[in-house]
Design a protein around this ligand. Structure first.
Ligand code: TXA
Ligand code: MG
Length: 346
């Protein structure tokens, strides 16, 4: 696999361009294009072309049983993709689209088996990013788009991350700058009696409950030994090469543990990184760890979401062997961030 990967810089405020036309054409011809969304970069292929979608699995090294999300440019596109759109789905679309919410609905016969990995449902989302929406329109077809990383690497939040993983494996990358949300969309299954969150993400459970009433969380989100309705949940995503250790508890205890562990790692000649809140940064700066990522104020978990994957990739680039991560409250956006950190820590 060694193809020339075209690189295009695009202005998200004025996405219509020659680059977008070219990329639309690549997609129509069965090629792959990575593009920015508000959550993370996606790796797109024509969702109605099974052969094109098969290439996504090859390029990413993705397990065959992990289905793809299909991105649309308008809720009207669901007509040909979803067999039914229940009123709960309509409510979600009105409240959250375009945005970081993926709906699992019964699929139609238009969706190739490669997209859904043999399931009778399809995951659908309308991204809130002008480049993504313009690209889908330019292609004239719905776009299957998992995150544009090698399988098991953290999702890419800038075009540089995409090139690190997929250069030479895909036809093109559209660089529209950093992704605003920074972690993936929330995946909600609307095919059961009650709405089930299969993956926490950019829309919080609290926000969903305001629109839908009670929403349950798939138990497999926490306990990876359980079978999930979302096949992707069982894979060890977001894992950096170093060991991730979560440090939880009252501030003083967290400070004491991190201080002890940084000093211990240093005495063993092991490179150590610290991921922490703005509040703790003043203490941890003095320890001079090999890498310090300040993920923002404790009360602003969306700021941690926006910088988490970048921080995990930086740890790898710097050869960090031990990553000490201060935990956040597991509510609102903090729940989605902690889900990624839980997975990263295995
Ligand atoms: O924010 C996002 O959703 C990004 C951007 C690029 O759109 N995409 C993304 O895709 O995160 P991916 O492939 O990394 O994650 C897709 C998740 C997986 O956990 C997969 O198992 C689940 O969605 N999924 C896809 N189709 C499904 C289905 N029919 N039923 C249940 N889960 C499904
Ligand atoms: Mg992914």
């Amino acid at each position: 696999m060694d193809i020339e990967t075209l690189y295009f810089k695009v202005d998200p405020l004025a996405p219509e361009s020659e680059a977008l036309n070219t990329c639309g054409q690549i997609l129509r011809k069965g090629g792959m294009v990575a593009f920015p969304t508000e959550t993370v970069y996606g790796l797109g292929a024509n969702a109605l072309d099974g052969e094109a979608c098969r290439k996504i699995f090859m390029a990413k090294g993705r397990p065959q049983d992990n289905p793809l999300i299909v991105c649309v440019a308008s809720p009207r596109d669901l007509e040909v993709l979803a067999a039914t759109v229940p009123s709960r789905a309509e409510k979600c679309i009105t409240a959250f689209w375009p945005g970081p919410l993926t709906l699992v609905l019964p699929k139609t016969g238009r969706i190739p088996i490669e997209v859904t990995a043999g399931l009778d449902t399809v995951a659908l989302r309308m991204p809130d990013h002008p480049v993504a929406l313009t690209l889908i329109k330019s292609a004239g077809v719905p776009i299957a788009a998992p995150s544009a990383n090698l399988s098991s690497h953290p999702s890419p939040t800038i075009a540089e991350h995409v090139l690190e993983d997929l250069s030479g494996r895909i036809e093109a990358v559209l660089d529209g700058g950093p992704c605003r949300v920074g972690i993936e969309s929330t995946v909600i299954d609307l095919t059961a009696d009650r709405p089930v969150i299969l993956r926490p993400g950019g829309v919080t459970r609290e926000e969903l409950e305001e629109v839908l009433g009670e929403v349950v969380k798939d138990p497999a989100v926490q306990d990876h030994s359980l079978a999930s309705r979302s096949p992707g949940v069982k894979y060890a995503h977001y894992a950096p090469q170093g060991q991730v250790v979560l440090v939880e508890g009252p501030e003083n205890k967290v400070w004491a543990i991190v201080t002890r562990e940084v000093n211990l790692a240093r005495s063993q000649g092991k490179k150590v990184g610290v991921l922490c809140s703005a509040e703790s940064a003043v203490i941890f700066e003095q320890l001079k760890p090999d890498y310090l990522a300040v993920l923002g104020p404790k009360q602003q978990p969306w700021s941690a979401a926006a910088s988490l994957y970048h921080a995990l990739r930086e740890c790898d680039k710097r050869g960090i062997r031990l990553i000490l991560a201060e935990t956040l409250a597991r509510t609102g956006m903090g729940a989605a961030v902690m889900n990624r950190l839980d997975k990263a820590s295995g």
